[in-house]
Design a protein around this ligand. Sequence first.
Ligand code: WQD
Length: 369
Amino acid sequence: MYPWLRRPYTMPATVITGGAGYVGSHTVMALIEQGISNNEIVVIDNLSNAYCEQGDDKPTSLKRIEEMTGRTIRFFNIDLNDEPELCRVFSAFDVQCVIHFAALKAVGESVTKPLEYYEANVAGTISLLGVMRRFGVTKLVYSSSCTVYGEPRKLPIDEGHPTGDGLTSPYGKTKFFCEEIMKDVCISDKSWKIISLRYFNPVGAHSSGRIGEDPSGIPNNLMPYIAQVAVGRLSEVLVFGNDYNTPDGTGVRDYIHVEDLADGHVKAIRLFDQPGFSGFHAVNLGTGTGYSVLQMIAAFESASGRPIPHRIVARRAGDIAENYADVSLSHRLLGWRAVRTLEDMCRDTWRWQKQNPEGFKTTHKTKKN
Ligand code: WQD
């Protein structure tokens, strides 16, 4: 399938699973623009949530990154549960570390499809960890989520907050289970170094407008939904409840620009070179500031110059009122902080959506799968 795989590479490589997806592609961009520029960039993705033009050898997100940077990205269309294929990739490169994004991530969908989520997110992670161990690769950055905290007992949420209690979705449970597995792996073998980055609400797009969030179907999340209303693909935003105990009654979240998030991953990889660094470390990636649904709508209207029709409806099952991060550990441990503002998030989202009204698929082609 990959003819050049026959010639084992000695080049040091960074493997990014799920690197064709939203946060993954922005992290690939950041690695090339500022991070590990000497390493071969190897992306493993099964394209379950990434668009690939009919007949193309790479998903559009990666092709655009190659166009912008002039760098070649090694791409493998592999499912993490396909261990033999995974081994072929690890035997062809001198893998230095892995950034693991690959997962199914729609909270609502996970309730109706638990087995698919446990197979993709948990079994896939176990398969990856097994192959990493086989090839002596013990440095991992893991894409986790603030959903592992469940309903916040206090705000802001710090990394000492209990995890795994009252998780309402299989998606959140898969993130919690994977963290627990990684903790046990680190206890069993001191050579492992694992940094689990707990994202709050990723939004925004690369400043070029060439890559961004491209949800398939009707967006579950607020920001892409607002953007599709602004560009005319959807008619109005349904605001899920205005009777929460928050300043304007609507849900409050810690939205973080995806480029800040990507920078956090580059900082995390650098930690592996720190003498004495080892074991499992969970770190929040947020801004420490929460914004309400109505504030997001108003901010997007001013960034886009477009009215965003919206209507208050009933609460969405499983939603919490408020959630925002204690970011002191990320500052201390990673030497990182989010720098982009809500205006940046809205402006960059709008630039992406305006330049790509249909996301990555070009209007005259149908989606590949
Ligand atoms: C945000 C707010 C909704 C849509 C997400 C991911 C989760 C995790 C955290 C990564 C809430 C309201 C939304 C709409 C609305 N990320 N809303 N109308 O629920 O915080 O969780 O980020 O792991 O996986 O799902 O984000 O964008 O869905 O909702 O009123 O059409 O917007 O009630 O208050 P959420 P969201």
